[in-house]
Design a protein around this ligand. Sequence first.
Ligand code: PBG
Length: 350
Amino acid sequence: VTLFRIYLYNTFVAFYKYNKNMITGSYPNLRLRRSRKNDWSRRLIQENSLSSSDFILPIFLIDGKNKKQSIKTMPGVFRYSIDKIGHIVDKAIKNKIPMVALFPYTNSKLKNEIGTEALNEDNLVCRAIQYIKKRYRNEIGIMCDVALDPYTSHGHDGLIKSGYILNDETNEILINQSLLQSEMGCDVLAPSDMMDGRIGKIRKALDKNGYQLVQILSYAVKYASSFYGPFRDAVGSRGLLKGDKKTYQMDFRNSNEALREVALDIKEGADMVMVKPGMPYLDIIKSVKDNFKIPVLAYQVSGEYSLLTNSINKRLIDKNSILESLISFKRAGANAIVSYYADRINEIIL
Ligand code: PBG
């Protein structure tokens, strides 16, 4: 009798689940192509869309005056001297882009083993933050990377000893870099270095120094990836970097580990988390979103940008591929996307 009861119960549960998930109807009553026939109808049932508020625009900075320098490996992306960024920011505000991300191309003469330039209050990023804040106040957010790679002579994100990137020692510098950028007016600090424990330490230091409202966007899930190649060109660290970043960035074979990274960073005080690169890691975006229900950002990195752009320029694929790639982040659950297309987004999402 008990066995029979269990059998009945299981049958009921199975039937209930089946019905709940079942797509009702069947061909020929049901024809999914009906709603695809016209453009208005397709628009009516579309599940995802993009607006310019979903984008963060990266800006590469270079020293000097009146400079707009092309980046060989990133067609359509430029390095700007600070006096030229007004144009870019004007346009971003007009297009309702909520935030820019600043990345410096640091003169190699200013680089050393310990990345001292990161703590120079007159460095490119500090000057750019002040320039933008003075002109635009809170009309647009400013996000800055917290990491040492644009400033070190070896191109790594932290201090190095016998070939190994030191964790706790690096954190001490990242704390100071965070405080400096906050003092300059940075709104969102984005630690992209993948040191353990840095989010908690940075949050604590910010709070202690009166920066309770400076946000932290943790690059919580950052893979050791080949897709960063063009970016390293853009910030001038490519030729310097020996080896790889596998002792601190994540192994691309792992996904459970991504959830552990995110869980830790939330506990330590991250307001938002980033998954990076983007398109090869849509599964990670989705599982982070499903598991934690927090703001998740995707970074469509330089390699993704250049692959798409070069293929479009060579007419291997058409330019709608850009929209398709960007929508995929939305479908996966991303709240916003860092993209080098953000300055042209209004032509893309028409
Ligand atoms: C530096 C940093 C990198 C990117 C953003 N911040 C490169 C790296 O970790 O080597 C990559 C962005 C891109 O490829 O567009 N910590």
